[in-house]
Design a protein around this ligand. Structure first.
Ligand SMILES: C[S@@+](CC[C@H](N)C(=O)[O-])C[C@H]1O[C@@H](n2cnc3c(N)ncnc32)[C@H](O)[C@@H]1O
Length: 393
């Protein structure tokens, strides 16, 4: 006689209470199901496993559940809540009972046969249409863009998660409450007349224009034609602000070689160093050291490189529980499952090798106490700020 397959509560899951329900979450897969206490009890009572038929019998009539998982939300802001938990539900989710509930628990991998089942899911996608595996963070961004948004212009993912369509208004959560206030406080709240800035990876030029408005003369360079054309539409009338297209690192090195040595006071990189170190095509550049050496050549003797980059530990943090009291944090520090943010060592090493020393390191703070993310973002900083100076050798 065949031994029936047994299914039990996935050991990766954790349970938390909200009001009179229990949320069962799998943080790695970002899947969440809300169940009633009877179902939760049943799952714990039969931790050794039951056949699907027996689960159907046990849960029939006594268990109710609903899906609280959210689709990957790349365009809603890469730094908003990454947990995938649907917190505010506008429409009551469909309640599942009996066999439907068993199916939901199976689909959301709350009930599993063994751990290999979840392991196979976190494998890289076979291709961008592969919806079986979770894949890497970038693959999911790619899939979201490809399938859901019919977006043929990947550069829009950067632009639209942070800015209004015309690029003139910063809309992204956390960018407004953390990044921009820190930037303004440290750079553009003073007179920058005479300062020569290279905004490397300037995107749509929003921050380059702020440098320019404060009086600096600015070279704003980016590899994206589209973002630069938006920048030119918005800011071409500014004097002392030039936009340079350099599609590859090699183009950038070539462009920088045309500048006079020591002619730049500040090289600014914002959310860009990570892309130089972990490029979106996944192939690290072999000539990055040449770029950092070029930075060194153009930087004035007392000049600085400043970079504001996503924090390697907390940027991808999943958050469970209340904003002020999260109790799960997924880090990217050593295990680069999503492979987006280089860790501190990855970030500092190439600059150190090019002769730059770290002179400042801090975490930009959230500035709006009335915002839901205030406590969380200040406890688990979302960006790091670095300043480097050339070391005399
Ligand atoms: C996340 S966006 C940040 C843009 C801008 N600094 C801001 O804060 O709004 C990263 C930018 O880096 C640019 N980028 C990526 N690789 C680059 C490279 N090798 N050279 C120049 N720019 C690059 C992208 O086109 C993109 O505009």
């Amino acid at each position: 006689m065949d031994v029936p397959q047994l299914f039990s509560l996935n050991k990766e899951c954790f349970l938390r209470i909200i009001e009179i329900s229990i949320i069962i979450s799998n943080p790695r897969l970002r899947l969440h199901v809300e169940v009633d206490t009877k179902t939760a009890n049943m799952l714990l009572q039969h931790i050794g496993g039951l056949s699907l038929f027996d689960w159907g019998k046990q849960l029939n009539g006594c268990g109710v559940g609903s899906d609280r998982s959210q689709r990957f939300m790349g365009m809603r802001g890469l730094v908003t809540d990454h947990s995938g938990f649907q917190e505010n539900i506008d429409i009551e989710p469909t309640k599942a009972v009996g066999d439907e509930l068993v199916k939901l628990l199976r689909d959301r991998l709350i009930l599993v046969e063994n751990s290999a089942e979840t392991q196979s899911l976190v494998a890289p996608m076979a291709n961008l249409l592969d919806q079986e595996r979770l894949g890497s963070f970038h693959q999911r961004v790619g899939q979201y863009v490809l399938l859901d948004l019919r977006e043929r212009e990947p550069w829009r993912a950067w632009q639209n998660q942070k800015f209004s369509e015309d690029g003139l208004t910063l809309i992204g959560e956390n960018y407004r409450q953390i990044q921009e206030p820190f930037f303004d406080r440290n750079f553009t709240h003073k007179d920058l007349s005479g300062l020569r800035v290279l905004d490397f990876g300037c995107g749509n030029g929003y921050f380059s224009a702020k440098f320019s408005d404060a009086g600096a003369s600015v070279i704003a360079l980016d590899s994206s034609k589209e973002l630069l054309s938006l920048a030119r539409v918005n800011y071409s009338s500014r004097s002392g602000l030039v936009f340079i297209l350099a599609e590859t690192i090699s183009d950038s090195i070539q462009y920088l070689s045309s500048l006079i040595a020591k002619s730049i006071d500040l090289i600014y990189l914002q959310d860009t160093l990570l892309l130089l170190l972990n490029p979106e095509n996944g192939i690290p550049s072999t000539i990055l050291s040449g770029l950092f050496q070029a930075f060194r050549r153009v930087l004035a003797s007392d000049g600085e490189i400043a970079a504001m980059e996503p924090n390697a530990v907390f940027w991808l943090a999943g958050r469970y529980g209340k904003h002020e009291a999260p109790y799960a944090v997924i880090t990217e520090y050593r295990n680069h499952i999503f492979n987006v943010v280089p860790n501190l060592g990855d970030m500092l090493k190439p600059l150190a090798e090019a002769g730059f020393g770290l002179v400042k390191y801090c975490h930009p703070e959230h500035t709006d106490p009335s915002h839901a993310d205030y406590a969380y973002a200040n406890e688990f900083p979302i960006w790091d700020f670095f300043k480097f100076k050339a070391i005399n050798r």
